[in-house]
Write a protein that binds this ligand. Structure first.
Ligand code: 13P
Ligand code: SF4
Length: 368
């Protein structure tokens, strides 16, 4: 029998620099048996070890194409679940810290969504299936993706939400969008749907807090979820910045509020924001409404090119769950793999994975 698995507490006192060296050594030993995927919100000390980086959509595509035996996902739980679903059964997906969740994803659960579906069905006199497409933002648990798979629905990301909504409206007249009300509202409005044809579904209230008449009238039902990081960005931050720098441009993530997105010059995913700033002209100034680790990285990278990048909020707001993936957990995960131990495997139950895959495949076919 080999050595027992290494415990995480053995890594707690290691410095980041020690971990850095050990991560590199373990990666060297594992060679092409391992691929590390990294989301743009990862802290620098982790992000630098990623073989492939991206936003949620790009990482889903990349995961689907990876041949390695081990996929270590430096991101949050729902992203690792997607990687597990789109990879082959013999490939192993690992999340270095199981506590790296997403507070927005946690705002919708299967019991509440199924109850909402029944209540909507009652308001529409048994026609929910024929008239409503459920769309789940990729920031959601696998069983909600499976729900969409079962009910003719689909997954979307911040990149492809407009195309996915169009896809849905070609099939059915209404959409139930969860869990992020802001992405749903910002996207539907961009497609020309007025705000008075959208209604917020409060999952804590019977019938979502709506009357049957309001449900019948709404073209888009928006789950009352939000991202606690992106709600820190306020329209007044933009106003104050523009006063100081009238020539500046504003770029935001679509998880920001409607008011912030309306005041922004550009709105898009983390990959879109990164590419946009990398292509910015020297001398330009940008206010960015998305997570701090990405904005700091872009600030440092772009200052060498004379592009000024500012963070939108006066408060330090980071995604605390993304931040849980630290060099200590990454070193622990990789050294265990070197020793032949798999820790923190993400395994979506097969029946859930099969139905979630239907909704994911619909999305992946539409949007590259
Ligand atoms: P992206 O798909 O734009 O990377 O967004 C993921 C996310 O969680 C943003 O908060
Ligand atoms: Fe979830 Fe918000 Fe963190 Fe993105 S930034 S992973 S939506 S909590």
């Amino acid at each position: 029998m080999g050595a027992p698995a290494l415990a995480i507490h053995q890594y707690a006192s290691l410095s980041d620099a020690e971990c850095d060296a050990r991560i590199r050594a373990a990666k060297e030993k594992l060679g092409n048996r391992l691929v590390i995927l990294g989301h743009h919100y990862q802290r620098e000390e982790v992000y630098r070890h990623a073989d492939l980086t991206g936003d949620s959509l790009k990482l889903a595509h990349l995961a689907a194409g990876v041949e390695a035996e081990f996929i270590v996902f430096c991101g949050v739980h729902f992203m690792a679940e997607v990687a597990d679903i789109v990879t082959k059964p013999e490939q192993i997906t690992i999340l270095p810290d199981m506590a790296a969740g997403c507070s927005m994803a946690d705002m919708a659960n299967l019991a509440d969504v199924e109850r909402a579906w029944r209540e909507i069905d009652a308001a529409l006199e048994g026609e929910a299936e024929a008239r409503v497409t459920p769309i789940t933002y990729i920031n959601s648990a696998a069983d909600l993706k499976a729900f969409c798979g079962r009910h003719g629905g689909i997954v979307c990301t911040s990149t492809n939400a407009p195309g996915i909504l169009e896809w849905a409206f070609e099939r059915r007249e209404k959409v139930l969008f969860f869990p992020d009300q802001h992405l749903g509202r910002n996207t539907a409005y961009k497609l020309g749907i007025p705000l008075d044809e959208m209604a917020v579904w409060d999952y804590d209230k019977p019938m979502g807090g709506l009357t049957a008449e309001q449900i019948r009238k709404a073209k888009v039902l928006l789950w009352k979820g939000f991202c606690s990081v992106h709600q820190m960005f306020r329209p007044e931050h933009i106003d104050q910045f523009r006063e100081k720098y009238p020539e500046a441009k504003i770029i935001s993530h679509p998880e920001c509020s409607f008011e912030v997105c309306q005041k922004s010059d550009y709105v898009g995913s983390t990959e879109y924001i990164q590419n946009h700033l990398r292509n910015a002209e020297p001398g330009t100034r940008w206010l960015v409404g998305t997570e701090l680790n990405l904005v700091n990285r872009l600030h440092n990278e772009m200052k060498e090119k004379g592009v000024h990048v500012h963070f939108m909020s006066p408060m330090v707001c980071m995604c605390s769950t993304m931040f849980r993936i630290d060099p200590q957990h990454l070193a622990w995960t990789l050294e265990n793999l070197v020793d032949g131990h798999v820790v923190n495997r993400i395994r979506v139950p097969q029946d859930v994975a099969e139905q979630a895959r239907i909704a994911l495949d619909r999305m992946l076919k539409i949007a590259k």
